[in-house]
Write a protein that binds this ligand. Structure first.
Ligand SMILES: *Cc1c(COP(=O)(O)O)cnc(C)c1O
Length: 409
């Protein structure tokens, strides 16, 4: 068995350690594989031996070939290859300078004027803005659907529906659509399904294996893992990968080799960080569920919480990001709680080593569903989103307990 084949069949921890470390990227021509990590190749110009080689170079447009800086060099190639190793069913992975650039780049590869796009109502707000702004400007219509209404989904397609953007769980309100079912219906209808898989990563949800056509991640979150870089990725099977790659090249997308090296470093510890974040989140979510100040814990990994059944049936893992709602609160109480926390930084983003909190205000980014949900008491629908980092969960619980006390004023 070749080394590559052995790697593909090994466990995810083994693949995370070995992926992308080709001997020719981790050493010199006469001493291949001599260091652990690929070097940081700062390269705009690539050089040719002769005019003949220059002409020949333009003809092949393959991954892993020197050509010109926009096509990357071994640092970026190693990261792409490592991400492809982690995504069963992927033929390749494209890198973008942010998660939002990845979502926009993928959608632009799929649509033309007159086309129709469906987006789940729980998608990340900037994804919604791509639909209502960029795509609308190009004559593409975007409509939103209830991510929990599986039975009504097929009726939302038009003859021009080309793409469906899914996200699970929704990164604010944490509902878990049945992604394999939505992906299967999308395929039956002849459209392409894309999933924003930033929450679970392929470790917790191997999206292509579960029937999605395109898997997108903001590498800014778990893969970077240290709150010091921005990047996005798009992985797909062969035919779609080639189509996405053409648009990626036409948009001139490229990531810096320094950031690629940082993302590769983060990737090596992804499994242990996700497991620790998920375990701490579950412990904290379980504690929150016992608190009188809490009306609902929105953590699909917690038995009994909304989305748990679908999550348990379709996912193999989770992470440290979840939300909860206060009982009988208002916006001022919500904000007092957030301001009272000492170990949680107030900030967007998540997936770093440090815990973060933001107030939960999803009302402005819903159109097919409503917030507060129909029939719910609005006073029970203020809340926060927590990103649980690598601190000791007992300390985070003590911080939350202090904040509940201060919230009462
Ligand atoms: C942060 C985030 C993105 C965008 O990623 P950036 O790298 O910040 O552009 C996309 N989707 C989800 C679910 C996110 O949380």
């Amino acid at each position: 068995m070749k080394k590559d084949d052995a790697l593909r069949e090994s466990g995810v921890g083994t693949r995370l350690v070995a992926a992308g470390r080709r001997p020719e990227w981790t050493g010199t021509a006469d001493q291949p594989g001599s260091v652990v990590n690929p070097a940081v190749w700062r390269a705009s110009t690539h050089l040719y031996d002769s005019v003949a080689a220059l002409k020949e170079g333009g003809k092949t447009n393959a991954d892993g070939r020197f050509y010109y800086g926009r096509r990357g060099a071994p640092t970026q190639w190693a990261l792409s290859e490592a991400l492809t190793e982690l995504e069963p069913g992927a033929a390749g992975t494209l890198l973008y300078p942010s998660g939002v650039a990845a979502i926009a780049g993928a959608l632009l590869a799929l649509v033309k004027p007159g086309d129709h796009v469906l987006m789940a109502d729980n998608v990340y707000e900037p994804s919604r803005n791509i639909g209502q702004g960029l795509l609308a400007n190009f004559g593409v219509t975007t409509e939103f659907f209830d991510p929990l209404d599986r039975d009504g989904f097929a009726a939302r397609f038009t003859p021009n529906t080309r793409a469906v953007l899914l996200e699970a769980p929704g990164s604010l309100t944490m509902e878990v659509p049945d992604i394999p079912a939505f992906a299967a219906i999308t395929r039956e209808k002849g459209a392409v399904s894309l999933i924003d898989n930033t929450w679970a990563s392929p470790l917790g949800f191997p999206a292509l294996e579960r029937g999605c056509d395109i898997a997108i991640m903001s590498l800014t979150k778990h893969v970077g893992g240290h709150s010091d870089l921005m990047m996005g990725s798009v992985a797909a099977g062969d035919a779609l990968y080639r189509r996405l790659r053409r648009t990626h090249q036409q948009l001139g997308q490229v990531v810096s080799p320094d950031d690629a090296a940082l993302a590769l470093r983060g990737l090596r510890t992804l499994q242990v960080r996700l497991a620790r974040g998920a375990a701490s989140a579950l412990e904290i979510a379980g504690w929150l569920a016992t608190r009188p100040e809490v009306s609902q814990v929105l953590c699909p990994m917690l038995p009994g919480a909304p989305g748990y059944e679908t999550w348990a049936r379709t996912f193999t893992g989770g992470c440290g990001l979840f939300s909860f709602l206060f009982r009988n609160a208002d916006e001022a109480a919500q904000n007092r709680f957030v301001d009272a926390l000492e170990l949680f930084g107030i900030g967007y983003s998540w997936g770093g080593f440090e815990s973060l909190v933001v107030p939960l205000n999803p009302a402005g980014c819903r159109s097919a569903t409503s917030w507060p949900p129909e029939g719910a008491n609005p006073a029970d629908c203020f809340g926060v989103r927590l990103a649980i980092g690598l601190e000791d969960p007992a300390d985070l619980i003590a911080d939350l307990e202090r904040a509940f006390a201060r919230m009462r004023g």
